[in-house]
Design a protein around this ligand. Structure first.
Ligand code: PEP
Ligand code: MG
Length: 559
């Protein structure tokens, strides 16, 4: 028996037989061409692009029938249609006399390197989309057309180097038990989907491919990142019991799907979902979420070496809004740090990005990008169920400026006779202490507030939310944080507006009663945690929770 430590990106325990998935290596033998071959090579390039786009279209058709989302593949098509790609590859063929395959390889190596070198994992994870497209295109050009040579076994634990998005779309259609990878990251498409499907997944597992072979029994403990290879009988028994309990809990949770979300004493607490990529909508529907309380749109800005234009965003927002209708879709404008956009926007490196130009600050500084996003949202709001939410608000002036920009966008769309719906509710995220402290003023300018506890705790306790070694200082239930939450809710209610809470605190069982007692109106959680949270709401008595909170506050003062 051997234990290898990885990084858990999706919790739960899985036991199963290994299936190693390899992606075939593509070999380039022809590097240069003669001058007379240039025209032929250029034609081959155009044909190849056309062919691969058609191949992706075909996949999209099949995939949409089997209900796995097609957005990743749409993004891949966009990569193929990128004018920069065409210009670069044609230039390499014409001026450097490179073979098509060599030119493709060179172009993608540069782009992939650009993303890989992004300091924060948000953008760097998107290099896998480019690797995937490069693989598809090259395998067509080289006529080595075997992208994924395996049939996926049922109940397998898939072991691979890393998962490309197109492999992910295949893999997530199958009934597998878990995923284990040598590389990968928390914010990759596949990790996000695994989390919303509650599928155990561990990444960064060193040399796992060498440590196992097909059919070996392994245990993945997605709760702590342990991968147990060749477990002994006692360990297997122990984890089998765990899995049985986990399965039982899952089936118990399914019983609450159709129940209305209210406390024992009949207080309704609308429960919504947080999504990062449109693919998650399937899970949102499965758990019968009452809308999307947080669409983290910055993820759309990360899969490309170009920022998505208004049209692309419009299509995505429209589709998600339609899927949600008649429930609300809260679209949060990009909440990205300057550190993640330095290459794309050509901005200065910041020493302390979490306190730098991020969220609404980026949007107000680069208002062209902001306006494209706002226009796309207003255009997608034809059914009227979209709300706009601004991240990292620190003062009322930012809301006023943002509202002015919304008005300008609406005026411009009107002048250009572009269909849109300017009647849209506007909200601020309360995730900086200054916003919570001035929430009385923000509430007068907004239609709703949404508390982002992930950042609120970080900024209140002055502790990096991603620094595991400081986790003892990261305390969502610290009196200071609870006071800010309480203050925000009271101030909002004085202005007759609602307060949602969309930080991870809402997904933790131990805080749900506390939050309901504080009179929060709505909760928004990851689709993978949705049913657990719903069950806890059903188990809560609102009046009793409010009384308990008084005691808790009292006790915290005394500590
Ligand atoms: C938060 O800060 O609580 C939040 C929901 O936003 P994010 O996690 O995207 O920063
Ligand atoms: Mg935040």
């Amino acid at each position: 028996m051997k234990k290898i430590k990885g990084v858990s990106v999706s919790g739960g325990v899985a036991i199963g037989k290994v299936q190693i998935i390899n992606q075939n290596k593509l070999v380039i033998k022809r590097h240069n061409i003669d001058k007379f071959e240039v025209e032929e090579e250029l034609t081959k390039f155009e044909d190849s692009i056309e062919h691969v786009v058609e191949e992706i279209d075909l996949l999209i058709e099949n995939i949409s029938q089997s209900k796995v989302n097609k957005d990743i593949l749409e993004a891949h098509k966009m990569i193929l249609k990128d004018p920069d790609l065409t210009a670069n590859i044609k230039k390499s063929i014409k001026t450097e006399l490179l073979s098509l395959e060599k030119a493709i390889k060179l172009h993608f190596t540069d782009v992939i390197e650009l993303f890989d070198n992004m300091e924060n994992d948000y953008l760097s994870t998107r290099s896998s989309d480019y690797e995937d497209v490069a693989y598809r295109l090259l395998s067509h050009v080289l006529k080595q057309n075997d992208h994924l040579s395996h049939e996926i076994n049922e109940n397998a634990i898939l072991v691979m180097n890393k998962i490309s998005p197109s492999m992910a779309t295949k893999v997530f259609k199958k009934q597998i038990n878990g995923l284990c990878m040598e590389k990968g990251s928390k914010n990759s498409h596949s990790s996000i989907i695994a989390r919303s499907m509650n599928l155990p997944m561990i990444v960064n597992v060193e040399s796992i491919i060498d440590a196992v072979k097909d059919e070996d029994l392994v245990i993945l403990n997605g709760n702590n990142g342990d991968v147990i290879v060749h477990p002994d009988d006692a360990t297997i028994q122990k984890y089998r019991k765990f899995v049985a309990k986990q399965d039982e809990e899952k089936s118990q949770l399914l019983k609450v799907v159709d129940l209305p979300t209210k406390t024992k004493d009949n207080k309704k607490i609308p429960l919504m979902s947080n999504i990062e990529i449109p693919d998650e909508i399937q899970q949102v529907r499965k758990v019968k979420s009452e809308g999307i309380g947080l669409f983290r749109t910055e993820f759309l800005f990360m899969g490309t070496n170009k920022l998505p234009i208004e049209e692309e965003q419009f299509e995505i927002y429209k589709k998600v809004a339609e899927e949600c209708y008649p429930n609300p879709l809260v679209i949060r404008t990009i909440d990205i740090g300057g550190d993640k956009l330095t290459k794309l926007l050509n901005i200065e490196h910041e020493v302390n990005p979490n306190l730098g130009c991020r969220g609404i600050r980026i949007s107000l500084k680069y208002d062209l990008i902001f306006k494209q996003q706002i226009k796309a949202i207003l255009r997608a709001n034809l059914k009227g169920n979209i709300k706009i939410m601004f991240p990292m608000i620190s003062c009322v002036a930012e809301i006023k400026k943002s509202k002015k920009i919304i008005q300008e966008c609406s005026d411009e769309l009107k002048v250009n006779k572009i269909k849109h719906n300017p009647n849209i509710k506007i909200g601020a995220m309360i995730e900086i202490p200054s916003a919570a402290i001035t929430s009385d003023l923000l509430a007068k300018e907004c239609d709703f507030l949404s508390i982002g506890t992930n950042d609120l705790v970080q900024y209140t306790m002055a502790v990096d939310r991603d620094n595991a070694s400081l986790s003892e200082y990261y305390q969502p239930s610290h009196l200071s944080v609870l006071r800010l939450i309480k203050m925000t809710i009271e101030n909002a209610h004085k202005e007759n507006i609602k307060v949602a809470l969309c930080g991870e605190m809402a997904s933790e069982k131990k805080y749900i009663k506390l939050l309901i007692g504080l009179d929060v109106d709505e909760l928004s959680v990851s689709p993978g945690r949705f049913l657990m949270v719903k069950k806890e709401i059903l188990n809560t008595n609102y009046e009793a929770a409010a009384k308990l909170d008084e005691k808790i506050f009292h006790a915290l003062v005394e500590v």
